[in-house]
Design a protein around this ligand. Structure first.
Ligand code: SF4
Ligand code: SF4
Ligand code: SF4
Length: 254
């Protein structure tokens, strides 16, 4: 059987999602044996031009150059996957969209020499091109990555479910942090990580983006009732998925 050709690309991001792929030790050799990795600059010396069967894209689009590259990648890949919250929703780079500065002011604040720098607001890749599947989270969840690769090999849709983190948290019988006065984004955030942070006693920060039918405005008001300032509430909702209409409702509720 011919192995599917696969490529990994990176835009504005920390490279943590690509690194996660390399950290898949228990199954890495099985995966590498089942697919033909044609392009993965972080991991391979020899890389090849497309077309590819599956393209994984990490990172937000933050410059005209990245946008041009993304459009070319879309043309070259039969299946395009957004890998991690930066590619799915804009992620941490999208904080800059809401910091109250112009693009130029931000560029000058961050870089001492601007050379030919041109930046645009940070967006997830589906703002510009059609995306076939999403691996949410910061970093992406490795179990979902393996499920997606297995599904692609079988030619089926992985069908991830996006009920709230609270469902996973309750199944683990955790004591609810919100009831203990700790702000937690679990009620509005999409499940899939196994309620990782609340299980360790830390409030969810919303890295997987909005759950289905979430009521972010209501959670924002709950945070305010708990004593969070308006600015802190905005930071909660603009941290990982502030570009989404759902989390924007939370950021704009007060
Ligand atoms: S989603 Fe998180 S881990 Fe992945 S590239 Fe973006 S910042 Fe890094
Ligand atoms: S701790 Fe957070 S995720 Fe868990 S049940 Fe409470 S609000 Fe939901
Ligand atoms: S609990 Fe929330 S912040 Fe933590 S990994 Fe899951 S979605 Fe991300």
């Amino acid at each position: 059987m011919t192995k599917p050709t696969v490529a990994f690309f990176k835009f504005s991001s920390c490279a943590g999602c690509q690194l996660s792929v390399l950290n898949l030790e228990p199954v890495l050799l099985d995966i590498v044996g089942a697919i033909d990795i044609r392009y993965f600059v972080m991991a391979k010396r020899e890389n090849f031009e497309g077309p590819y069967d599956i393209g994984f894209v990490e990172g937000a689009v933050t410059s005209p150059r990245e946008l041009l590259e993304l459009k070319k990648i879309r043309e070259e890949c039969s299946i395009l996957v957004a890998q991690g919250s930066c590619a799915c929703h804009g992620g941490l780079p999208s904080i800059k969209n809401y910091c109250g500065m112009t693009q130029k002011e931000m560029e000058e604040k961050v870089y001492s020499e601007l050379w030919d720098l041109k930046s645009i607001p940070a967006q997830g890749i589906d703002y510009y091109v059609k995306v076939d599947a999403y691996l949410r989270g910061c970093p992406m969840n490795l179990g979902e990555f393996v499920t997606l690769v297995k599904s692609a090999l079988k030619g089926i849709n992985p069908l991830f479910r996006y009920h709230s983190i609270c469902n996973e948290c309750k199944l683990k019988e955790n004591n609810c942090l919100l009831l203990q006065g700790i702000p937690c984004m679990g009620p509005v955030t999409a499940a899939g990580c196994g309620a990782e942070c609340p299980s360790l006693g830390r409030g969810c920060e919303g890295c997987r983006g909005p759950a289905s039918d979430c009521n972010a405005a209501s959670l924002a008001r709950t945070f305010a009732d708990m004593g969070l300032s308006k600015d802190d509430v905005v930071r909660k909702f603009r941290k990982y998925a502030g570009n989404t209409p759902e989390f924007s409702k939370g950021a704009e509720a007060l």
